[in-house]
Design a protein around this ligand. Structure first.
Ligand code: UD1
Length: 422
């Protein structure tokens, strides 16, 4: 079993470059099915979720080459009949749901294993399904194991989401780009990767306007063509390194970022007492004052991202005073607090609200990641704690952070990844 050992208490200093956005890449890779040809995608992060998606695409019939941060993919011979080969991969990740929209739009038929993902509460896909049905598709079968949808033709329509779901917004965009007529998505998700995937589709000949706002208009075109693209930087990874700087009272410049994507994160760190300085494509975070308690609520973009709630929870443990977190997106995203309590944190939660009272310091312990962003929180706790912290269940961290041990080492942390028994 692999684990990470961190001797905490060292302030991080220096520069760290952010990878391409995981969640944009996980939408653009299946979107290449619609391009039906050879695309070269740059800034693709080297993380296990991407490796898994590449395996999915290959099994579906795509020809893929991945080297450095460049993914060359030819989807000419993708065949929806091969979807039976990807049950395991589809069940292990959330973003397999994009195969529904992409395969339905190109072939009029899709049957895949039910999408999985981080265990952070119920994650239904009813908005996706209702959206496909509104476009004229028929659900042939659906249960907890698989889902099958057919459509002789897809016809543009108005879709109003009850909640601004990221996955449903992207899936409906994928399905609607080649539908007949106009589709309007109201209460669309505005996350940076929604806009990035729309930009990629537009490079392939789609006619999408309004992505990044809460109303997206899609004028159907006959078909898309292949195009090359470069993925935007990862908002969540950037935020994670910003929080690492704050937790260790360090001075870290995070490079290759888009400042607008980090506004609310910067605002919260400033409220806690950090200095945050933006340049054109970088942000510098300096943690030179004691941290202050704050209240935080997660919201769809441009609100505070749920994916950084867990890393922020660690900062609150280190702040003076009592903080409150309201988690408004996922129903079960506080289990990581139990790990922090083992380290001397004073936290408790009831339903969607967590209460965190700051302590003078966290003490090292053996802790484990319960999901991807909880894994990031464990790393941050280890960086800040006294003594040597041992973190297991690294498969969660590997899903979403590229070379994170290497990057934290370069910033001056005392961190090592080992195989038990070494
Ligand atoms: C995506 C991201 C994930 C991020 C989340 C919120 C990917 C691959 N994953 O997940 O990292 O944490 O956005 O920013 O991009 N809901 C329904 N019915 C649906 C769809 C969603 O009830 O059909 C609910 C969900 O249970 C959840 C909320 O809506 O409570 C938000 O989910 P959504 O925005 O769809 O998140 P994901 O696409 O799963």
């Amino acid at each position: 079993m692999e684990k990470i050992l961190i001797k905490g208490g060292k302030a991080l200093h220096g520069q760290v470059e952010v990878m391409g956005a995981k969640n944009a890449a996980l939408g653009i890779i299946p979107a290449t099915i619609l391009a039906g040809g050879y695309c070269s995608i740059k800034n693709v992060p080297d993380i296990s979720d991407i490796r898994n998606y590449i395996s999915i695409m290959e099994k579906l019939g795509a020809v893929v080459s991945y080297s450095g941060d460049r993914l060359d993919i030819d989807t000419t011979f993708v065949d929806p009949a091969n979807a039976g080969l990807i049950d395991e991969e589809a069940t292990n990740m959330r973003a397999s749901y994009y195969l529904l929209g992409a395969l339905l739009a190109r072939f009029g038929t899709v049957r895949i294993a039910f999408p999985g993902g981080c265990d952070i509460g119920a994650r239904p896909i009813d908005f996706h399904i209702e959206g496909f049905q509104a476009l004229g598709a028929t659900v042939i079968g659906e249960n907890s194991d698989y889902i099958e949808i057919h459509a002789d033709r897809l016809i543009g329509c108005n879709i109003d989401f009850a909640f601004a779901s990221v996955g449903a917004t992207i899936n409906i965009m994928l399905a609607a780009v080649t539908a007949e007529g106009e589709t309007v998505i109201n209460n669309a998700a505005r996350e940076p990767h929604v806009e990035d995937i729309a930009n990629y589709l537009n490079c392939c000949g789609a006619l999408i306007t309004g992505a990044g706002t809460s109303q997206i208009r899609i004028t159907g075109v006959k078909s898309l063509h292949a195009a090359d693209y470069s993925i935007v930087p990862d908002q969540i990874t950037a935020g994670t390194y910003m929080i690492c700087a704050a937790a260790t009272k360090g001075d870290v410049t995070v490079t290759r970022i888009i400042p607008e994507h980090l506004g609310i994160i910067a605002e919260k760190l400033i409220q806690m007492g950090c200095d945050v300085l933006f340049g054109d494509d970088y942000v510098r975070v300096i943690g030179n004052r004691p941290l202050k308690a704050i209240n935080l609520e997660t919201m769809p973009y441009p609100g505070f991202p749920t994916d950084l709630q867990q890393p922020m929870g660690v900062l609150m443990c280190l702040a003076e005073g009592d903080s409150i977190i309201d988690e408004n997106i996922f129903e079960n995203r506080f289990r990581y607090l139990e790990e922090l309590n083992k380290m001397g944190a004073k936290t408790r939660y009831e339903g969607s609200r967590a209460y965190i009272s700051g302590v003078a310091s966290l003490k090292s312990d053996r802790i484990h990641s319960t999901d991807l962003r909880a894994g990031a929180a464990m790393l941050i706790a280890g960086l800040a704690a006294e003594g040597t912290t041992e973190i297991t269940d690294l498969q969660h961290i590997d899903r979403g952070y590229d070379r994170i041990v290497e990057k934290l080492l370069a910033l001056g942390s005392d961190i090592v990844r080992i195989n038990e028994g070494q």
